[in-house]
Design a protein around this ligand. Sequence first.
Ligand code: DX5
Ligand code: ZN
Length: 220
Amino acid sequence: MSNIKIAPSLLAADFGNLQRDVELVNQSAADWHHIDVMDGVFVPNISFGMPVIKAIQTHATKPLDVHLMIVDPDRYIKNFAALGAQVLTVHLEACTHLHRTLQAIRAEGMQTGVALNPHTNIALLEDTIQDIDLVCLMSVNPGFGGQSFIENTYQKVRALKDLIQKKEGSTLIEIDGGVTDANAKKLVEAGADVLVAGSFVFKAADPTATIADLSQLANS
Ligand code: DX5
Ligand code: ZN
């Protein structure tokens, strides 16, 4: 239970001061920059696109963990590779040919991520888990920051951990949505490796201290 990663979600940053908030993450105890891309089709919200991600990449010094909440993500895999994404996560529910998509992400030199909506059973990953570097379990319905954590997530983490161990894999488990100091420790105990936190970090009076405290709690 050591080396748990913290990935602040820039969706909750102050976009008028994006460089400042990216640099805040650079200088914090965070491990990754979590970048949420929404297309207004797969989810009922639009976040930001390539020019904004380019601006983030210009200032970011930590790995970019890009979460695509978009339909037909295959169209943009090369673009995200060019933008320097280290992990590229697609939604299982948005991929007709998930195995092909994962191969395309790997072919561009990125780590593969697959996100599951709260209603999606982890058993659907049984035949692809060996091709997945990270599974992002959505602990809210995707599309918006600041929502409440769905308690059913704990049992999904445990079931996913069992599946990964059964296949002798090394896939990381990431939790995204409603993560706070009230659920972080329990998520890690259930098997989580990466905690995404948006509002909890950026709406805090002291985001840097909040990241440090979350990391310490998760790794204690
Ligand atoms: C939700 C996004 C999350 C979001 C998390 O669709 O994928 O990454 O930014 O925000 P909080 O931590 O506020 O729930
Ligand atoms: Zn996300």
